[in-house]
Design a protein around this ligand. Structure first.
Ligand code: PMP
Length: 312
C-alpha cells in the first residue's frame, strides 16, 4: 500500500475516516488470531455485458466464504451477506476507487480475555488500489519460487478451509523465508509431504497436456480463483485433474502457476533454481490468463454472473 492509505473505512455499520477506524489493544483477535477475512478485487469493465464501470469479482462468493470461515470458529457476524456486499460497494464508492482490492474482516473484539470468551464481533471493510501482488511485471515474466522448509499445518490442527487470521502465521513463515532467500514466493508441502499451496496462492501445473492441482484435502484454502480457473479451463476443453501431487512434479511439469485474488494468475518460471519447462510462461498459462482477464472486457463471456457491478 506504500503508505497511501485510503480515506474511508467501513467499520461496524458506518463509513468513517481512516484515522477513526481503530480497535482496542485488548481485542481478542490481536492476541489469539481470532479473525476471519477476505481478499476481493474489483476491476474496471467495459463491453463485458454489464454497464461499463467497476465490478467486484465474485463478491457474493467471497462474502459467503467469510461467513463459512466464521462458522468454523463460532464467530457470529451481526450482518447478512447482502448487507456486507452492499458495504463493500459503499467502500469502493466512498474512496472513488475502480480497480481495487477489498479487505473485509470480522474478528473477536473487546469483551473477554479467555480463549473461549464470548466477545462481540467487530466487522470492518477497507479498500485500496493494488497492482500485481508479487511485483511489477510478474504476470508477464513469471516468478522464481522455492519449496519452503516450513510445512502447512496438519488437517486436524488448524482448518485450512477457513480463511482465518491465525492461519497466516504459517503463510508469513513461508513468504518471509522465500523473500529472505531471494525468491519471489514460497511453496509449502502438506504434513503428508505432498504439494499444498503457496503462502497465499493456490497452485496449478501443466503436465502431459492436462491441468493438475492439489485437492482441498492437501491443507489448502479452497480458492475462488482456483475455482474460476477450473471452470474456465473446462469450458474450453482443457482437462483438469485434482489429485495428490508429489514435490518432484514441480520440476517435471511443463508449466506451473500460482493463483489467487491478489496474485491473479502468476506464472512460475523456476522452482528451487530449476527451470519450469523452458523457463518462461507457457501457452496454457497464457491462455488461462487471457480467458481470466477477458472476463473484464467481454472477450470471455461471463456465463456465471461473476461480475457484480459496483453501481448495481
Ligand atoms: N491460499 C491462501 C492461503 C490464500 O491466502 C489465498 C488468497 N485468499 C488463496 C489460496 C487464493 O484464494 P482466492 O483465490 O479465493 O483469493
Amino acid at each position: 500500500m506504500s503508505q497511501q492509505y485510503p480515506e474511508q473505512i467501513w467499520q461496524n455499520g458506518r463509513i468513517k475516516p481512516w484515522a477513526d477506524a481503530t480497535v482496542h489493544v485488548m481485542s481478542h483477535a490481536l492476541h489469539y488470531g481470532s479473525s476471519v477475512f477476505e481478499g476481493i478485487r474489483s476491476y474496471e469493465t467495459s463491453g463485458a455485458g454489464k454497464p461499463d464501470g467497476a465490478a467486484i469479482f465474485r463478491l457474493t462468493d467471497h462474502i459467503k466464504r467469510l461467513f463459512a470461515s466464521a462458522k468454523i470458529y463460532d464467530i457470529v457476524i451481526p450482518y447478512t451477506v447482502d448487507e456486507l456486499s452492499a458495504a463493500c460497494r459503499d467502500v469502493i464508492k466512498a474512496n472513488g476507487l475502480r480497480k481495487a482490492y477489498l479487505r473485509p474482516i470480522a474478528f473477536r473484539g473487546l469483551g473477554g480475555f479467555g480463549l473461549s470468551a464470548e466477545t462481540p464481533t467487530d466487522v470492518a471493510i477497507a479498500a485500496w488500489q493494488m497492482g500485481p501482488y508479487l511485483g511489477a511485471g510478474v504476470l508477464e515474466a513469471g516468478i522464481d519460487a522455492c519449496v519452503s522448509s516450513w510445512q502447512r499445518f496438519a488437517p486436524n490442527t488448524i482448518p485450512a478451509g477457513a480463511k482465518a487470521g491465525g492461519n497466516y502465521l504459517s503463510g508469513q513463515l513461508v513468504a518471509r523465508e522465500a523473500r529472505r532467500l531471494g525468491f519471489g514466493e514460497g511453496i509449502a508441502l502438506a504434513s503428508t509431504g505432498l504439494l499444498s499451496e503457496g503462502a497465499g496462492e493456490n497452485l496449478f501445473l501443466v503436465f502431459e497436456g492436462a491441468l493438475h492441482t492439489p485437492p482441498v484435502s492437501a491443507a489448502l484454502l479452497n480458492g475462488i480463483t482456483r475455482n474460476t480457473i477450473i471452470t474456465l479451463a473446462r469450458t474450453v476443453g482443457i482437462d483438469v485433474i485434482e489429485r495428490d501431487i508429489p514435490r518432484e512434479y514441480l520440476y517435471l511439469c511443463d508449466e506451473l502457476f500460482m493463483c489467487g485474488t491478489a496474485a491473479e494468475i502468476t506464472p512460475i518460471r523456476s522452482v528451487d533454481g530449476k527451470p519450469v519447462g523452458v523457463g518462461k510462461p507457457g501457452p496454457v498459462t497464457n491462455r488461462l490468463q487471457d480467458l481470466f482477464f477477458g472476463l473484464f472486457n467481454g472477450r470471455t463471456e461471463d456465463r456465471w454472473g461473476w461480475l457484480e457491478p459496483v453501481e448495481g
